[in-house]
Ligand binder design. Structure first.
Ligand code: SF4
Length: 132
C-alpha cells in the first residue's frame, strides 16, 4: 500500500523586498521583547521574600521600609530597562511596574525591608533594627 499524498514541489524564488522588510521588523520586535521569568521562579521569589519578611518580623526587625527608602528604590526601578509598565497588579488592580528579572510588581516589592534588586541596583534595608 503506497502513499496517496504526493507533495507538490515548491517553486524556488527570491524573497520580495516587502517580505524581507517584514522579517527584519519581526526580528527587531522579538529582540526588544521583554520576557518574564518562568512562573516557578516567580513563585519561588515571592515565597523567599515572604519567608525572609517573616524571619525579620520574628526577630523584631522592620518588615516594611520607611516611605523615603521605598521611593528611592522605586525611582531606581523606574529608570531601569528591566521594568515593564503595562502589567496589572492583582493585589492593587492597577497598572504597575513589573521587573523582568524577578517577575515581581515593584511598586509593592520596594516596600519590603528584606527585598533586594536581583541584579544589585538596590540592597535590602540595612538599618533594620526596630527602635524600642
Ligand atoms: S528590581 Fe532591579 S532589575 Fe528589577 S526593575 Fe528594579 S532596578 Fe531593575
Amino acid at each position: 500500500m503506497g502513499f496517496k499524498f504526493k507533495p507538490k514541489p515548491t517553486v524556488d524564488r527570491e524573497a520580495t523586498i516587502e517580505e524581507l522588510d517584514r522579517i527584519k521588523e519581526t526580528e527587531k520586535m522579538l529582540g526588544k521583547e521583554q520576557k518574564l521569568p518562568p512562573i516557578s521562579q516567580m513563585v519561588r521569589n515571592v515565597a523567599v521574600d515572604h519567608w525572609k519578611s517573616l524571619k525579620a518580623f520574628l526577630k523584631g526587625k522592620h518588615v516594611i521600609v520607611p516611605q523615603e527608602v521605598a521611593q528611592q528604590r522605586w525611582d531606581i526601578c523606574r529608570q531601569c530597562p528591566h521594568l515593564m509598565y503595562d502589567e496589572t497588579n492583582p493585589d492593587t488592580d492597577r497598572k504597575d511596574g513589573r521587573c523582568t528579572e524577578c517577575g515581581c510588581f515593584m511598586n509593592v516589592k520596594c516596600h519590603y525591608a528584606t527585598a533586594e534588586c536581583p541584579i544589585g541596583k538596590w540592597k535590602k534595608f540595612e538599618n533594620n533594627e526596630k527602635k524600642a
